[in-house]
Ligand binder design. Sequence first.
Ligand SMILES: N[C@@H](CCC(=O)N[C@@H](CS)C(=O)NCC(=O)O)C(=O)O
Length: 202
Amino acid sequence: MKLYDTTLAPNARRVRMFLAEKNMQVESIEINLLKGDNLTEEFRRRNPFAKVPVLELDTGEILSESVAICRYLEEIQPEPALLGTTALEKAQIEMWQRRAEFSFLMPTGMAFQHCTGFFKDRMTPNKEWGEECKKSAFGFLKLLNQHLSDFTYLAGDNFSIADITMLTTLDFGRTVDIRLNEKHEHIQRWYDLVSQRPSAKA
Ligand SMILES: N[C@@H](CCC(=O)N[C@@H](CS)C(=O)NCC(=O)O)C(=O)O
């Protein structure tokens, strides 16, 4: 399998971390987003949405969307389970995965795009909107901090894809000053725990 990957992109790192947890190795092809490697005809043939990550299977089938890629990896390599095993656990992981993605990864990504102008060659940044998104990301941190006062990981007792989404986004958030502060002591405890996992180096 080949992973079309970008070292600094949080979505790509989600898949790299997932692979590392599963102890799976794939060929990695670095896509330089700033240079627009993802905007070429050749890349768009693999993913018309022109985003990384993309997983190309040995059969030539193509998968994009980080969570869809992770679902595929979980099916072919079920251990360790990162998407849950029981009906309840699967639903709780999905719940926290979606919360982390929609209420933290998305606004953090928007804050990055609109505050830094990194993609100004392909979109019109709106700094005011970026700042709004930043506020909304901090709103999620407040709720998550309360939640983590009672739970070890986002979805309960077991490390899951929801923790991967949260950790990779939190690390990426530093680019726009979305960082933990003294009010986030429970997230800090969780962060210290999950960032020590070998997969966090991915
Ligand atoms: N929903 C997609 C999002 C993918 C995405 O937004 N990737 C970013 C990097 S983190 C990208 O390729 N951006 C390039 C661009 O916007 O030109 C996923 O989960 O994989």
